[in-house]
Ligand binder design. Structure first.
Ligand SMILES: [Zn+2]
Ligand SMILES: [Zn+2]
Length: 361
């Protein structure tokens, strides 16, 4: 079958192969999934550039939806024919973190590496417990969350990472309340979801910041009340303080830039939340002035929106089916697997929200 293999730490090291196969029979609680849609996320770019220090060769891609084509002998979470969104967690389901409802903290899922496929004799790793830029993959049953068959798989795929990461930062981690004020630094795929979630819970002011002027329209459509164009000579901290009357309740840094995270601390009012949503190089160091955080502010790391996938994916699916959550509007482009590099170029240019790859063609 066809898939994209990354063999190094540059985009030149990614190639399309027609010769990939799944290596093992399913274990009792595994599921074979045909991938029908896989969003290209910032984390795929980071993975390909070696910023997650993953072993290669690997198959990138982790924001995916598809159809269940085979289940192991003990699987009860889904059936053949189900349409599913895939969760990246790969958590064990029975450690103390899983038991108290924090599957994202499960050490099994966080450190897990597997090689469910091979090209010739060469085993291939999967990225983020999925490896979705391929026609089929194998995952654990608790990574499969069934959805209604009427839902387009292209839109469903986005819930697997970008939508969950953005909305979960608001719902699960910052827990934005009715009447709160927010700033969202970076109005890309994830940032737009922070914005629409903040609107859903009734934030009264949502300030979006981006360096691309065209983002103003999309940010406003998703619920931003104000837009700041991040020009080089602009004092963004001051601009946010002026618009919000001294600082916001919640500042979301979505770009993954350490300097902007320090700015986010300064944009937050006393007692507010500073939310590190974007992911820089995992070895990066953040420097901030001590006093900027001192007034009872909370600096929070946020992995994948603090997701509880079996609950949250269904909530987001229902919100979409009821017309309350925008997903289709985020898809700027669809392409075959050979469209990955073009999608990464568009991401760098910052002109598009999301490209979704369609591995089945
Ligand atoms: Zn666990
Ligand atoms: Zn992602």
């Amino acid at each position: 079958m066809q898939g994209l293999i990354c063999e190094g730490t540059t985009e030149d090291s990614v190639r399309l192969s027609d010769d990939i196969r799944l290596v093992d029979d399913l274990s009792p609680r595994q599921v074979r999934v045909e991938i029908h849609a896989a969003g290209v996320c910032g984390s795929d770019m980071s993975c390909i550039h070696g910023k997650y220090y993953m072993p290669t060769p690997l198959i990138p891609g982790h924001e995916a939806a598809g159809k269940v084509v085979e289940v192991g002998s003990a699987v009860t979470y889904c059936e053949v024919g189900d349409h599913v969104i895939l969760s990246t967690f790969g958590n064990c389901g029975h450690c103390s973190d899983c038991e108290v409802g924090d599957p994202g903290n499960c050490a099994v899922g966080m450190g897990g590496l597997s090689q469910p496929y091979a090209e010739g004799d060469q085993p291939l790793y999967n990225f983020a417990n999925i490896g979705a830029f391929v026609q089929e993959t194998i995952v654990a049953e608790n990574q499969c969350i069934p959805i209604p068959k009427e839902m387009p798989l292209t839109s469903a795929a986005l819930i697997g990472c970008g939508v969950m990461t953005g909305t979960g930062a608001v719902f699960n981690r910052a827990q934005v309340q009715l009447g709160d004020t927010c700033v969202v630094i970076g109005a890309g795929g994830v940032g737009l979801n922070v914005i629409q979630a903040a609107k859903l819970v009734g934030a009264r002011q949502i300030i979006a910041i981006d360096r691309i002027p065209e983002k103003a329209k999309l940010a406003t459509e998703f619920g931003a009340t104000d837009f700041i164009l991040a020009e080089d000579d602009l004092d963004m901290v001051n601009a946010v303080k002026q618009l919000s009357g001294g600082g916001v309740h919640h500042a979301f840094e979505v770009v993954g830039h350490t300097g902007l995270l320090a700015d986010a601390i300064n944009m937050t009012r006393a007692g507010g939340n500073v939310c590190a949503v974007g992911v820089p190089d995992l070895t990066a160091t953040v420097t901030y002035n001590f006093q900027s955080l001192h007034q009872n502010k909370n600096l929070m790391g946020i992995r994948a929106g603090g997701a509880k996938p079996r609950k949250d994916f269904r909530t987001l699916t229902d919100l979409y089916m009821n017309g309350q959550l925008k997903l289709d509007e985020m898809i700027s482009n669809t392409a075959g697997l050979d469209g990955l590099i073009g999608a990464l170029d568009a991401m760098r240019a910052g002109t598009e929200a999301r490209t979704v790859l369609l591995p089945q063609g």
